[in-house]
Ligand binder design. Structure first.
Ligand code: ADP
Ligand code: MG
Length: 158
């Protein structure tokens, strides 16, 4: 599955989606989140962390670009909101994160999209009515498979 559009009525629905992604995640997965302030990226990140068995609260890494958490797999949580130059991401030595055994989740991924792995699951958040519209795009066979699994489980869970 290449793409999928889903309406999230509230925060809990986005949290549950994140949980599913966290449970399905495999070493080296990259998830790129795109959308304006308050659109739900950190809510999804919290769900992913919970699905990975990470305890405690995930906050946006406001003053650092990245925060690392330990769960079933490591979670590398990037927030590029304050990124001034896309080259800063390369200066972090991200290859170790991107191609390691952890899960990379990037808020504001559009700010350094060309520095991210080409194969990834992208999720675009937009405001719609009282909730959010989430548009998934899977690039690469691993992510097409992941998206298919996500959608199958969401359908069952409805
Ligand atoms: N469907 C939804 N999914 C996620 N958050 C939602 C939704 N509807 C309303 N919200 C609210 O929007 C805000 C999203 O905040 P946050 O995840 O921090 O945004 P971002 O990280 O994209 O800046 C929260 O206050 C949350 O309660
Ligand atoms: Mg955020």
């Amino acid at each position: 599955m290449n793409s999928y559009k889903w309406y999230s009525p509230d925060e809990d629905a986005t949290l549950r989606l994140g949980w599913i992604i966290g449970e399905l995640a495999e070493p080296g997965d990259t998830i790129a989140l795109i959308g304006q302030l308050g659109s739900g990226k950190t809510v999804l990140a919290r769900g992913v962390a919970a699905g990975l068995g990470i305890e405690g609260r995930i906050t946006s890494p406001t003053f650092t670009l990245i925060r690392e958490y330990r769960g079933r797999l490591p979670l590398y949580h990037f927030d590029l909101y304050r990124l001034e130059d896309p080259r800063e991401v390369e200066a972090l030595g991200c290859e170790e994160y991107f191609y390691g055994r952890g899960i990379t989740l990037v808020e504001w991924a559009d700010r350094a999209i060309s520095s991210l792995p080409e194969e990834r699951l992208e999720i675009r958040f937009t405001y719609i009515d009282d909730g959010r519209c989430l548009e998934f795009r899977a690039i690469g066979s691993r992510y097409r498979q992941l998206l298919e699994e996500i959608v199958r489980i969401m359908d069952i869970a409805r």
